[in-house]
Design a binder for this molecule. Structure first.
Ligand code: NIG
Ligand code: FE
Length: 436
């Protein structure tokens, strides 16, 4: 068998699998292969299993390249299914304000928060925005993420929303990370519409959505349902219009209050409902009946120093395919690292290590309608995987706050590799020279 890349001798390959129903409590959908290998051909997984098995499937043909993954673990690349990476300036001042006692909502209501990011993105050109976003995409990759969903939502005018979505489109072509675009014009009411919110909703429905859909600039339409932002009725209007324009739907729901956003997500047939920190048991059932993927964002709960985490275990009991994501954004969660979010998920929402991996890969892929191509390591799936410098898969959550990624592979190509101790190498070289 012709193979472009063989990764062999991994201490473990750990992955969710799609052949059995996933996200059931007890992890019976999770596969761990000891001494595992993966063979990749044309960017796709051609063979996976125990090393001797995979080697014999090559029928004596030499692979074009080989990586020895001894003492390392292979996991699927993370799918970060809820991010807001298209902002210009950062908002560290708000971090300090919160430490001094102001709440996220107070900051938002006094013109900070999302509205401050809006003023900032409007002042920047497409080129400046792309330059600001690129290092963030690098950091996603460095921490083991191979696909992100990326939202607009800091433009809030037709031109600035389109500008943001064009940035996402361009970044997707120039960067090896895959970006899946979501239109989030309903992220906030911009300053100039504060006294005429209906006019802003009309603008979204009659101008933004048709133009975004016509140019296929987004695959999903999202909305922020919250007391200080959009109401359920407004959300219903916007999401219904987006659906008729051919966009799939997502909802920021029940983040800071029990606002009924999850029920709305089920009602309008959204693919996912996100945050869900204040979801009710009835709404959990509604999500299950409506096949809505719950995307939990415990990093934002942690970062805003709340203690109100989404009831992940109850959702797993209801057989919901719980997904987790960073919610990377300059206000409520400034991190590109999925592993730190996974550790928070385990500690604060009581996910088990294997459940956290499933939530960050296969279930996250379901939240962006990519479960048939990414999110697990199975024959025929895209070869998006990461080799981790760890002896067992649990270390991804257990050994926290450090980056143990070793090699990141996207569509069968190495896109990032850990630099091995450059300082130490230099020191050794000097030592050697001085001894000669
Ligand atoms: O998901 N909830 C709304 N949007 C973001 C926050 C965006 C911001 O503060 O800039 C979130 O938490
Ligand atoms: Fe968000």
């Amino acid at each position: 068998m012709r193979v472009d890349l063989l990764i062999k001798n991994a201490a473990q390959i750990a992955t969710p699998v799609t052949r059995v129903p996933h996200a059931l409590p007890g992890n019976n959908n999770f596969m761990v292969i000891e001494n595992g290998s993966v063979a990749i051909r044309d960017g796709v997984i051609a063979a996976i299993g125990e090393t001797p098995e995979v080697i014999s499937s090559l029928n004596g043909e030499m692979p074009r390249a080989v990586i020895d993954a001894s003492n390392k673990v292979i996991l699927p690349g993370f799918v970060d299914c809820h991010t807001h990476p298209v902002f210009f300036h950062t908002r560290e001042n708000e971090f300090t304000m919160r430490l001094m006692g102001k709440s996220y909502r107070q900051i938002a209501e006094t013109g900070g928060g999302i509205r401050s990011s809006v003023r900032s993105i409007r002042s920047a050109s497409k080129e400046q925005i792309i330059e600001a976003v690129l290092p963030r995409l690098d950091r996603f990759v460095e921490h083991g993420t191979t696909t992100i969903e990326a939202k607009s939502g800091y433009g809030l005018s037709t031109d600035d929303e389109i500008k943001s979505l064009e940035c996402i489109q361009e970044l997707d072509t120039i960067h090896p990370l895959d970006l899946i675009p979501t239109f989030l014009g309903a992220h906030e009411i911009p300053d100039e519409y504060r006294t005429q919110r209906n006019a802003y909703i009309d603008l979204i429905i009659n101008d933004m959505i048709p133009r975004v859909a016509e140019r296929a600039l987004a695959e999903f339409c999202d909305i922020y349902i919250e007391q200080h932002v959009f109401t359920i009725d407004e959300g219903r209007k916007i999401l219904t219009a987006a659906k008729s324009a051919g966009l799939h739907l997502k909802v920021h729901a029940n983040q800071l209050s029990a606002n009924g956003g999850a029920a709305l997500a089920a009602e309008v047939g959204a693919i996912s409902a996100e945050h869900l920190d204040y979801i009710s048991p009835e709404e959990i059932e509604q999500l299950a009946r409506g096949n809505v993927v719950p995307v939990l964002l415990p990093g934002a709960v942690f970062y805003l120093n709340s203690n109100h985490y989404a009831p992940a275990r109850e959702m797993l009991e209801a057989k919901l395919p719980v997904a987790i994501s960073t919610d990377f954004n300059p206000g409520s969660c400034m991190t590109e690292s999925m592993p730190i979010i996974m550790t928070i998920s385990c500690i604060k929402m009581r996910l088990l290590p294997a459940e956290a991996i499933t939530a960050a890969t296969l279930n996250a892929a379901r939240a962006v309608n990519r479960q048939n191509t990414i999110g697990s390591l199975e024959i025929g799936k895209q070869a998006d995987l990461v080799i981790w410098d760890m002896p067992a898969f649990e270390h991804i959550v257990y050994h926290f706050g450090v980056n143990l990624a070793d090699t990141v592979i996207k569509k069968g190509k190495i896109i990032w590799q850990k630099q091995r101790n450059p300082v130490l190498k230099l020191y050794r070289k000097k030592l050697k020279e001085s001894l000669q």
